[in-house]
Structures are given as C-alpha cells and as structure tokens.
Design a protein around this ligand. Structure first.
Ligand SMILES: [Zn+2]
Length: 76
C-alpha cells in the first residue's frame, strides 16, 4: 500500500510549519451571521474572513488578540 505510507509521511512533514490549518469560522464574531466567506484557498490562522452581513473583516489570529484585550471602539 504505497499510497497510505506516502500520505502518512506527508502528514508528519506537515506538522512542522507555523501555519497550521484551522477550522472555518461558524459565524461572524461581531454579528453572529453565518454569511462569512474568504478568498483564501487554504484556511490558516492568518486567513481573512469577510462577513457578508455586517461587512467586517477579521482573521482568527487577530480575533484572538482582540478578544483578549478590551476592544477600543474605532481602532478597527
Ligand atoms: Zn458580521
């Protein structure tokens, strides 16, 4: 079964890079709309998402920082 073995090795090699795959956000963190989309082909922590409902943009990396600190209104 060469295919299975190859994919196993490939999976091991993939664990090293900093950009690990992340889950697609279920909803907009601001208005909870499910109408979120991205232009990125590969979803990582730095992938930008756009909410079609409120028009806000974010990425998981940035959102994590934003939720840890108090949000300062007009900064973004
Ligand atoms: Zn929204």
């Amino acid at each position: 079964m060469p295919n299975r073995r190859d994919s196993y090795i490939f999976g091991q090699a993939q664990s090293a890079p900093a950009e690990k795959p992340v889950q697609r956000p279920e909803a907009c963190p601001f208005c909870q709309s499910k109408a979120v989309s991205t232009l990125a082909k590969v979803i990582t922590a730095s992938t930008y998402w756009r909410c079609q409902s409120c028009g806000d943009m974010w990425n998981p990396e940035r959102l994590e920082r934003a939720t840890r600190l108090p949000r300062r209104g007009s900064s973004w």
